[in-house]
Structure formats: structure tokens, C-alpha cells
Ligand binder design. Structure first.
Ligand code: IMP
Length: 407
């Protein structure tokens, strides 16, 4: 039983791609288990860099890669991604599951229409058809990878239900060509490996606060982003997943709409955004930025059962004139440090901040060799103490060598 899960503790974009690449040297295979091409996990390895959308981020470590049944696949994006990746990483050992759901042109069109109809209430989705594809699966009208390979799909129902017509024959033909070389039984392959006591790393996309049940609904994505979904999505017994790594950014970011209590607006927000290059890897949208939010991180730690935390982008905080952490919320005059983060609760929440000693400008190349400034150490100790969870690793830059394992 040697499965570990990596999840995002915030609203996605925590830097899971870098962490998965870094950690995967200790694993035999890496499995992407949720979402679809809404994700963008950027990995830098030497002179190479790549943004993964559907393929797991372990490719540069030469690991066996699996896409679990619970992922939705866009065949056009998939074939482009695999082709580009092979040019950079050489041969890629990749299997996707016959059961996975295939995103159709109708799902993408529905995503666009629903966002348009919602107007001011829109979620700000990535418009990749993610929500409609998971819904079509629940409605039992979407094709699986296996269906596409067998040529078994008729798009008439989309025409009748939604007045969306697309030429299914040519779509299915090109999709079959994109997918058939990679299809297999991922559940079976993973079970065999886990029974042989190989180490399997499950990689989540997005973050806990975007989970459709446990996030800030309705401003969420449409697949589960929490650790528990790794087993469900992959079809393996949950007892085979026995450790959970939570990745958090040293501050908070969010793309798309929805409440964000610690958001920094104006010049302060701009400064962090510029310094952290906070622009979406999939859509290029500027990310909203803010201070670390402990009530939300505590909630994430509880929902996922996190064993250790890895903090990314700690370097972005150095040189800022102040360093604040939201330790609680004031809601209707009452102070609370535990919350159920519904959109309504977070909209009403006024953060209660504690100020920490700001982090000075630092030579991070030297700092990650173990020479951490005292202010960084204090920030980590503070977070460990308040979250009651060990911080095992910090990252101060996109490259592998800009990472420090703490004792
Ligand atoms: P969807 O997943 O495209 O349906 O978008 C729903 C919400 O999740 C929107 O707020 C998106 O910005 C957000 N989202 C989806 N994928 C990611 C991601 O990989 N990182 C950060 N936010 C994401």
C-alpha cells in the first residue's frame, strides 16, 4: 500500500506541477485523477519546460504515466499536448482509461452558453467544457474513450436536447486517432503495481476550494479536487492511498469569480501579481492575489487529512513591506477561526490579520541550501503551529534545485 496523493489546499495554481515533478523521483508512476484540460501544471527541468494540461506532471522524471477514469479528455488538446511533450521529453509511457469521459464539441459550446446566460453571475470557467462534460456523463449521454475507439457515438441527442449540431462522424474519427494508441485499463494496471508494492503518486488538478461539494459553490469546478477522489476516480481501494501531501502557495491566488476574503486590491495586489507572475497557465487571465488565509487552510487540512505541507513561491514574499496572515474571520461581529466556506459565509467574512515580520530581499539560491533567513523560519513555524501540520518542503523558484527539504 504505497499510494500518495498530492492536492492543492487553496483555489488551484499552488504550484502542484513543480511539486509533482520534484516528488515523483521517489515514485514509480504518476496518475492524474481529476478535471481535464482546465488545468495547467508548469514544470521546469533544466533547459526544458512544459505546461501539462491532461498528462500527469511526472513525464520529465521518465515515470509511467496514467490518466484515471475520473478525468475528462479533450482529444484535440490531448493529441497536441502529447505530440509537443514527446518533442521535448522523448518517449512518454502513458496510458489513459477506456472508461474516461470524452469532452465533445457540444460540451464546449454548452460551457460557453451557460456562462453567457449567467451574465454577471458567471463562474469564470476556463471554457474547456469541463462542467458540461461531467454533467453529460451523469446524464449518460457522453462518449467514453472506449466508445470513441469503437466508433460508437451518435451526436443526435445533443441536437435534440440543446439544438447543438456537430458532425459526429468526422469528430469521432479524429478523436479515435488521437486516443487509441494510449487506451488501456488503468484501474487494473494501478492495482497490479500497488499489489507489487510499487509507489504510485496521485496528482490532483485545481484546489480544495474549487471542489464542487466542499469548495465555494457555485464558484467551483465540476470534479472533486480533494484527496478522497483519488481512489474513487482510479477504481482502487481507498486503503491503498496512505499519505496525503498538501501544496499551498505562500500567499493566496484565485482565478475566476467568487469570494476571496484576503484579496489584495490596487497597487499592493499588482505588486504581488507581477512578482509572482500570477497569470493563468491555461487561459492567461490575471490571477487575483491575497494573503494566506488560515481558516480556509485549516478547512483544507481537515477535508483532505493532510500529513505534510509543501509551501511554494515563498520567494515572492521577500522584499514586501508587510507580511500578514488572516488568522480568523469576523462575521456579523463574531470572531471565528473555523468556517464552512460557502460563498455566502466568505462574502460576509472580514479577515482578522496577524502581522509577521516581513521577509527581506534574500539570495534564494543560497537560502535553499539551508541558509534560511530567520523571518522565513518564523513564517514556517507560525504556519505549522496554526495548522497543526508539518511543513516538509519549501520552494523558492520554478527549478528543481530551488527546493529545500526541511528536517
Ligand atoms: P472550469 O473548471 O473550467 O469549469 O472552471 C470553474 C472554476 O474553476 C473557474 O473559477 C476556473 O477559473 C477555476 N479553475 C479551473 N481549473 C483551474 C486551475 O487549474 N487552476 C485554477 N483555477 C481553475
Amino acid at each position: 500500500m504505497t499510494g500518495s496523493v498530492i492536492i492543492g489546499m487553496q483555489w488551484g495554481d499552488e504550484g502542484k506541477g513543480k511539486i509533482v515533478d520534484y516528488v515523483s523521483s521517489d515514485y514509480d508512476s504518476v496518475v492524474r485523477y481529476n478535471g481535464g484540460p482546465n488545468a495547467g501544471h508548469t514544470v521546469y527541468a533544466g533547459a526544458k519546460s512544459f505546461t501539462f494540461h491532461q498528462v500527469p506532471s511526472g513525464a520529465f522524471q521518465g515515470k509511467e504515466l496514467f490518466i484515471a477514469p475520473g478525468v475528462v479528455i479533450d482529444p484535440v488538446i490531448f493529441s497536441g499536448e502529447v505530440k509537443e511533450l514527446k518533442e521535448i521529453a522523448g518517449d512518454v509511457k502513458l496510458m489513459l482509461d477506456y472508461r474516461s469521459t470524452v469532452i465533445t464539441p457540444a460540451d464546449r459550446e454548452l460551457d460557453r452558453r451557460i456562462e453567457e446566460l449567467k451574465g454577471a453571475e458567471s463562474v469564470g470557467t476556463t471554457l474547456r467544457g469541463i462542467g458540461p462534460s461531467y454533467s453529460s456523463r451523469a446524464l449518460r449521454i457522453s462518449p467514453t474513450v472506449g466508445d470513441v475507439i469503437r466508433g460508437k457515438f451518435n451526436s443526435d441527442i445533443y441536437g435534440k436536447l440543446y439544438s447543438i449540431d456537430f458532425e459526429s462522424q468526422s469528430w469521432i474519427e479524429s478523436s479515435r486517432r488521437a486516443l487509441e494508441g494510449y487506451a488501456g485499463d488503468v484501474r487494473e494496471a494501478l492495482l497490479e503495481r500497488l499489489e507489487r508494492r510499487e509507489r504510485v503518486l496521485f496528482e490532483s488538478a485545481q484546489g480544495t476550494l474549487l471542489d464542487p461539494l466542499y469548495g465555494t459553490y457555485p464558484y467551483v469546478t465540476s470534479s472533486h479536487t480533494t484527496a478522497g477522489y483519488a481512489a474513487v476516480s482510479s477504481g482502487i481501494p481507498s486503503k491503498m492511498v496512505n499519505s496525503v501531501i498538501g501544496v499551498m502557495k505562500a500567499y493566496t491566488t484565485r482565478v475566476g469569480k467568487g469570494p476571496m476574503p484576503t484579496e489584495l486590491l490596487g497597487v499592493h495586489g499588482d505588486a504581488v501579481r507581477q512578482k509572482g507572475h500570477e497569470y493563468g497557465a491555461t487561459t492567461g487571465r490575471p490571477r487575483r492575489v491575497g494573503w494566506v488565509d488560515l481558516p480556509l487552510l485549516r478547512y483544507s487540512a481537515e477535508v483532505n487529512g493532510i500529513d505534510e505541507i509543501m509551501i511554494t513561491k515563498i520567494d515572492v514574499l521577500s522584499g514586501l513591506k508587510e507580511l500578514k496572515v488572516a488568522v480568523a474571520y469576523r462575521i456579523n461581529g463574531e470572531e471565528m477561526d473555523r468556517v464552512r466556506p460557502s460563498a455566502e459565509t466568505l462574502e460576509a467574512a472580514e479577515p482578522v490579520y496577524e502581522e509577521l515580520e516581513p521577509i527581506p530581499e534574500v539570495d534564494w539560491k543560497d537560502a535553499v541550501k539551508g541558509n534560511l533567513p530567520v523571518q522565513v523560519r518564523k513564517y514556517i513555524d507560525f504556519l505549522e503551529d496554526r495548522l497543526k501540520t508539518r511543513v516538509s518542503t519549501i520552494s523558492a523558484g520554478p527549478e528543481r534545485e530551488m527546493t529545500l527539504k526541511l528536517g
